[in-house]
Design a protein around this ligand. Sequence first.
Ligand code: IFM
Length: 455
Amino acid sequence: MANKIIFPENFIWGAATASYQIEGAWNKHGKGESIWDRFSHTPGKILNDENGDIANDHYHLWKKDIGLMKKMGLQAYRFSIAWPRILPRGRGRINHKGIDFYNKLVDGLLTAGITPFATLYHWDLPQALEDEGGWTVRSTTDAFVEYTDVISRALGDRVKNWITHNEPSVASWLGYEMGIHAPGVVDTTHALATRAAHHILLSHGMAVPVIRRNSANSEVGITLNSNWNVAASNSAMDLDAVRRGEGKWVRWFADPLYGRGYPSDIVEDFRHLGAFPNGMDFVQDGDLKTIAVPTDFLGVNFYNRGVVRVDDPNNEPQTVFSKPKTPEHWTEMDWEVYPDGLLNVLGRYYFDYQPLKLYITENGASYSTPPDENGNVPDVHRTNYLRTHFAAANRAIQAGIPLAGYFVWSLMDNYEWSFGFSQRFGIVWVDYETQNRILKDSAKWYKGVIKKNGF
Ligand code: IFM
C-alpha cells in the first residue's frame, strides 16, 4: 500500500471556472457584448457553432453551484469577472446590475465558508474596445485600469485574492496570431500579437497598485500557463524547437514580469518573422518597470507534456505521441497525462523566478464519461489524473517550493472555447439540456482528499 500523502496544514483546496465558460446570460441585465460573444456568433469559428449564450446558466444558478462547492468541502473558488458586465463598453458607464451579480456571488461564497479568488481577465474583452484595436492598442490598458478600479472598489472589502490575467500567452498568441480564439486575428508575423502581449502585461503592472489601494490586505498575482516541453531527440532542430516554444510561451511573459525584460533570443526570432518593422516601438520608457511590479504569488496552470519533433524546418514542430493511445495516457484533448511535468513546471517557475509563493490555479483533464444507469459518473481516469498530479504537487512542496494551494480545472463541465461543449473538464457533470448537475466520482474522491488534507 502506498504511503500517505499529506499536505501542509494551511494548504488551500479549490476549484476554478471562468465567466464566459459558465455564466451564460450573455446579454442580460445590461451586459455588453464581449469578443467571445462576437467570435462564437460568427459561423465556422467554433466546433458545431456552439456559443456561451447560456452555457451552464451560472448567472442564474450560482446559488445551486455554491451548494455543490459546499457539498464537496471546497475551501476556495476561483472565478473570473466578465468585464462587459461591469463596463458594457469597456470604460465609462457602469452597469450596477453586473456588480450586483458578483456581490451576491462573493457574499454567497463567504457565507458558505469558501474563499473567493477573483480573476479580472479570463479573455472576455468588451467588443467595444476590440473595435478600437483591442489589446493591440495602448489605450486598452487604461480601460483595464478603470475596470479594475471599479470592481476592486466594489468587491475589495471581501475579495482578498486577486489574479489580474489568466494565461496572457493564450490571449495573445491564440487571439492575435493564430486566430483560433477571439478576436480571431491571424497574423503570423507576430506584429499584432506581440503588441497585444505587451499591453496585457502592462495592464497587469498598472492594475496591481490599484487593487492594493482598493482592497486592503489583499494578495495579488497573475496566472501563467505552461506545458512541460521536451525535445524528441538531441538533434539541433528538436532542441531549438523547445527553446523557441518555451521562450515564446513562458519566458516572453515570465521574464518581463520578474524584471528581466523580453528574452533577447525570442526578440530575434520574432524580428525574423517580421514582428517589429518599426522596432519594438510599443515598449515605452518605464513600461518594463511597471510590468515588473512586485506580486504576492504566481498562479500556474498546468495540463500536459509536449514531446517536440521537427520533421520539416519550414513547418511547425510536431507533438510526438510516445505512449499508447489509451485514456490512461491521453485525455480527450489529446493531451498527454504526465504528472512529473507539474513538478518540473513548478520547479522551473520557482527556481528561475523566485515568486514568493505559487498556486496551481488550474489543473485537470477532459474525459467525457457520462452518468451510468444509477446516475453516477464513474470518471476513473480523471480521478487517476488528479491523484497523480496531487502527488506531484506534494513532491514539489517536499522540494521546498512554496506551493500554497490547488484549484481543479474545472468545478464543472463547461464551454471549452473553440471546442464548444465537446470537451468536459468538470468534476461535476452538467446536462446542458436540463442544467442538472451531478457530482462525478472524482468530485466525491476530491471531497475526501480535502477532508483529510491528503490521501
Ligand atoms: O478551459 C481552459 C481555461 O479557460 C484556461 N486554461 C485551460 C483550460 C482547458 O483548456
